[in-house]
Design a protein around this ligand. Structure first.
Ligand code: CO
Ligand code: CO
Ligand code: CO
Length: 341
């Protein structure tokens, strides 16, 4: 059973488009509770709620249709992705709840068992525990988790704290969305597909620990809105301009050729529409690379804004901790919240 054959769009590419979500949220009452340290206003990765002087809770949820063929892999990827929003806030996940949609017939319950086992193993690897969950019937299976983490209130890493002079580091290579789309239509070879699954399964745990070690204050993770969509959100929340050096953006080998061969999804075009009015693309920007930077990713890397004087040390530590593809990909400047590529 190949789970990818059950879906139209899987993983974070199944997200509601960013501008439509903004429309739905606009005009809803604001939350004024002082204990809510990070709310929905800055479109951050998770909400943060102060519990005591020393402890703030980070809360987040992500769930979606399958993003790979094998149910056990899907469970692991979905869990790594849901946990990532806690890591992007600089936190430590403590517990999680399963969110499950599964068809009443036509699909063996063994598949559900495998999905849940994958999720459980990944949550265990993070050091957190699964405390329960909720299941409803639905024609297309969906899986994810609601995750709670903790962080010291003074150590919260937000998307609204990037400062002019910071440099941007991305910890995982781009291209997993392209590979999965290609796999679905039989265009991706097995080695490439396995590379994508391994990349998505990798926790952002060490990246979060390294951010705390070096007192990084601003980050987000790259998911459904693509590198450029999430970079724009970081620029808007931090009220800064951001320049991306496209030649330095890490991309999985073989992805460029897939895009060159026509593997361009409607989600990429949708993400382009989202950034277009606030992005400046240089005349010599390679169009395939541009589309890769708009690719909807599931369980992507951390994009962090690091004080320039620390950037080389942070990068070295990321490399020596197994994130060989981590690269400095751009810089933060003053001015209106825009991105230039
Ligand atoms: Co996120
Ligand atoms: Co999320
Ligand atoms: Co964040």
């Amino acid at each position: 059973m190949d789970l990818l054959q059950l879906i139209e769009s899987g993983g974070c590419s199944a997200k509601l488009p960013a501008n439509e979500l903004e429309k739905a949220l606009s005009g809803l009452p604001k939350n004024t509770d002082k204990r809510l340290l990070v709310d929905i206003d800055t479109h951050d990765d998770a909400g943060v709620y102060q519990l005591t002087d020393e402890i703030a809770l980070i809360q987040t949820t992500d769930f979606f249709p399958p993003v790979c063929s094998d149910p056990y892999d899907f469970g692991q990827v979905a869990a790594a992705n849901a946990l990532s929003d806690v890591y992007a806030m600089g936190g430590t996940p403590i517990n999680a709840l399963n969110i499950v949609m599964f068809p009443k017939k036509n699909l063996s319950l063994d598949i559900l068992k495998e999905i849940l086992a994958g999720g459980m193993d990944k949550v265990k690897e993070s050091g957190a525990v699964i405390t329960g969950g909720h299941t409803i019937t639905d024609d297309v299976p969906k899986y994810g988790l609601a995750v709670t983490g903790t962080v010291h209130p003074d150590r919260i890493i937000t998307n609204s704290n990037a400062k002019p002079g910071d440099v941007l580091i991305l910890t995982k290579p781009l291209g997993t969305g392209v590979i999965i789309a290609a796999k679905k239509v039989g265009e991706a070879n097995d080695a490439l597909y396995q590379k994508a699954v391994t990349t998505m399964k990798t926790l952002n745990k060490k990246a979060a620990e390294i951010m705390q070690e070096f007192n990084v204050k601003s980050a987000t993770d790259i998911t459904g809105f693509g590198l450029l969509g999430h970079t724009l959100k970081l620029a808007e929340a931090s009220k800064v301009s951001i320049r991306i050096d496209s030649g330095k953006v890490p991309v999985i080998d073989g992805v460029y050729d897939l895009v060159e061969a026509g593997c361009v999804s409607c989600v990429m075009r949708r993400n382009l529409e989202f950034v277009e009015g606030k992005a400046e693309f240089s005349g010599d920007l390679d169009n395939n690379l541009k589309m890769i930077m708009l690719d909807a990713i599931t369980s992507g890397g951390i994009l962090m804004a690091v004080d320039e004087s620390l950037a080389d040390k942070v990068l070295q530590k990321l490399h020596s901790s197994g994130m060989q593809d981590a690269s400095i990909i751009g810089s933060v400047g003053k001015g209106l919240p825009r991105i230039a590529v």
